[in-house]
Design a protein around this ligand. Structure first.
Ligand code: RP5
Length: 163
């Protein structure tokens, strides 16, 4: 098994998805979790998807975050070819505002799960946090960073509506 593979792979259907998916990377950076990112299109690069998904576990990845928009088949097809957890991020599409992406990702048939996050940037951010939470089940140092993150988030919320 490769030792320099980060625990989290971020894949996306197009470079145009990166402004959204970068929020997953930012969340992982904040929590000190290594990642790599690449474009893997279910429709335009099916062989790249097959090679990545069938080899992801052996490569050393632990979790896959997959974002796509429109006919967003990437997360589900990746999940069909690996037992690694797949976190699906519906990227907001222009035509249908991401409802198409959401339904394409969330409505998986029983037996092939994709953990589907919210549409757009909040979903990408939460995918990063959720990946860290899964990894923290066997990493007490990371669990501590998650606790600190939640505490800082809580402290940043002002109760008053004006300064
Ligand atoms: C999907 O089609 C991608 O995930 C992207 O969200 C959408 C549009 O792709 P581009 O036409 O911008 O490359 O496959």
């Amino acid at each position: 098994m490769a030792t320099d593979t980060p625990p989290v792979a971020i894949i996306m259907g197009s470079r145009s998805d990166w402004p959204t998916m970068k929020h997953a990377a930012d969340a992982l950076d904040r929590l000190g979790v290594a990642w790599d990112a690449r474009v893997v299109s279910a429709h335009r690069t099916p062989k790249r998807l097959f090679d990545f998904a069938t080899g992801a576990r052996a490569a050393g990845y632990k979790i896959i975050i997959a974002g796509a928009g429109g006919a967003a088949h990437l997360p589900g097809m990746a999940a069909s070819m690996t037992e690694l957890p797949v976190l699906g991020v519906p990227v907001q599409s222009k035509a249908l505002k991401g409802l198409d992406s959401l339904l394409s990702i969330v409505q998986m048939p029983g037996g092939v799960p994709v953990a589907t996050l919210a549409v757009g940037e909040p979903g990408a951010k939460n995918a990063g946090i959720l990946a860290a939470q899964i990894l923290a089940l066997s990493d007490t140092v990371l669990a501590g960073r998650l606790t600190a993150f939640r505490e800082a988030q809580t402290e940043a919320v002002h109760e008053s509506v004006e300064d």
